[in-house]
Design a protein around this ligand. Structure first.
Ligand code: NAP
Length: 368
């Protein structure tokens, strides 16, 4: 006769509290990693919740990068007549983007804080005497609105057409700091400076685009847009600053901006398309204020290399298969999941108007 075993009471207790044990273990490991870095331990329930959501998205992001690795490819081809502008590009993902654009024989203009070291950094990975592409390094602090205006003015004087604008520069989890214009640094650098730069360069982008060959704007966002929220009442987060919240807010802002910009470009039938990208979870200095700095080997094993991180960005900038498909959120060279607010035109427009008012822009895209 068959007998069925009934689980013992201690086994039942163990399994029923398994989730609690797992959470406690995760907190202990996380606390240990943080204790080895300059990052502060979360203090409030809200901060812990934000951290857990980040860890969850990080794991899902790593799974996505692994699952779609075969799709994560971009074919480079020669386009010597094209001019590309990139913010940052002296290190991390941006440096590998520049390498690929030069391999396409383009003229690449880098907007960087230190043009001399930026040129050296590119020279270390590309033979600048051999490449058919041309490299120009210009001074830009994207978190300083005056610097953004000066950079755009210099480009305007030298280049009547710009084919590609890559809004790549960014910071993550930085301690609270206001920019010289009075904006919280994530909001200022990751979003507002790029919002202004795009406005100022749109006339040259419009001039470069033509039927079947749109000029392209690529905003480099992040999968953490999914947990972002725009805090209109306290955009600088002065009352309750938490770096993770500031970062996800700025990355959501980039997506809402892209979506409304594309709606405007469609309405005016411009030959310009704007897309937004999550490059993957990539082993770069971006994580300097994160717990992962205490376990660099984990990043080496699980994260994408900067070269792989650059692929979806370059795909958005040049791949013919997405010609005419603006307003798309791309991840691993395909469509990815974006925040619910990004699917609501009124939410995208609200952020767009809010930013235009902050910058006193009367008519977006006029370049003045
Ligand atoms: N790494 C990832 O896993 C990941 C994931 C999702 C999204 N992203 C996004 O990808 C983009 C590139 O990040 P990354 O991983 O390559 O980071 P990174 O290695 O830290 O590089 C950041 C770049 O941004 C530049 N930058 C920062 N502040 C600037 C400012 N005020 N003005 C001009 N340039 C400035 C840096 O130049 P300096 O040398 O002058 O500081 C550098 O070139 C960012 O937008 C980031 O949010 C990255």
């Amino acid at each position: 006769m068959a007998t069925t075993k009934t689980p013992s009471n201690s086994y039942k207790l163990l399994t029923s509290t398994m989730w609690l044990w797992l959470i406690l273990l995760a907190v202990a490991v996380y606390g240990f990693l943080i204790s080895k870095t300059t990052k502060e331990m979360p203090k409030t329930w809200f901060e812990w919740k934000t951290e857990f959501r980040y860890q969850y998205l990080g794991i899902v992001g790593l799974w996505h990068d692994g699952h779609y690795a075969a799709r994560d490819r971009v074919a480079l081809y020669s386009q010597p007549d094209r001019v590309a502008v990139i913010t940052g590009g002296n290190r991390g993902i941006g440096l590998r983007i520049v390498e690929k654009l030069l391999a396409c024989d383009m003229t690449v203009i880098m907007g960087v804080r230190d043009p001399v070291t930026a040129e050296k950094a590119v020279g270390n990975i590309v033979d600048l005497s051999q490449t058919k592409g041309k490299l120009i390094c210009e001074k830009l602090d994207v978190g300083d609105l005056k610097s953004v205006r000066a950079f755009a003015q210099r480009l305007k004087e030298k280049h009547s057409k710009i084919d590609i604008l890559l809004n790549n520069a960014g910071i993550m989890f930085a301690p609270f700091k206001l920019s010289s214009d009075g904006f919280e640094s994530h909001f200022a650098i990751n979003f507002l400076g790029h919002f202004l730069l795009t406005h100022l360069l749109l006339p040259q982008l419009r001039a470069a685009g033509r039927e079947g060959r749109n000029a392209r704007i690529v905003n480099v966002s992040s999968c953490v847009n999914l947990i972002g929220r725009i805090n209109y009442k306290d955009i600088n987060g002065v009352k309750n600053y938490y770096p993770g919240t500031a970062y996800s807010q700025s990355k959501l802002a980039q997506i809402l901006f892209t979506r409304h910009l594309q709606a405007m470009l469609d309405a005016e039938k411009a030959h310009v398309q704007a897309n937004v990208v999550h490059p993957g979870i990539v082993d770069t200095d971006l994580f300097e204020h994160s717990a992962t700095t205490s376990a660099p080997f984990l990043k080496k094993i699980f994260f994408k290399t900067p070269e792989r991180g650059s692929r979806t960005v370059v795909f958005a900038a040049i791949d013919p298969s997405i010609e005419g498909e603006g307003g798309t959120y791309l991840s691993n060279c395909g469509k990815g999941p974006m925040h619910g607010d990004a699917k609501k035109p009124e939410k995208c427009e609200k952020l767009f108007q809010f930013a235009s008012e902050l910058l006193k822009i009367k008519q977006y895209g006029t370049g003045v």
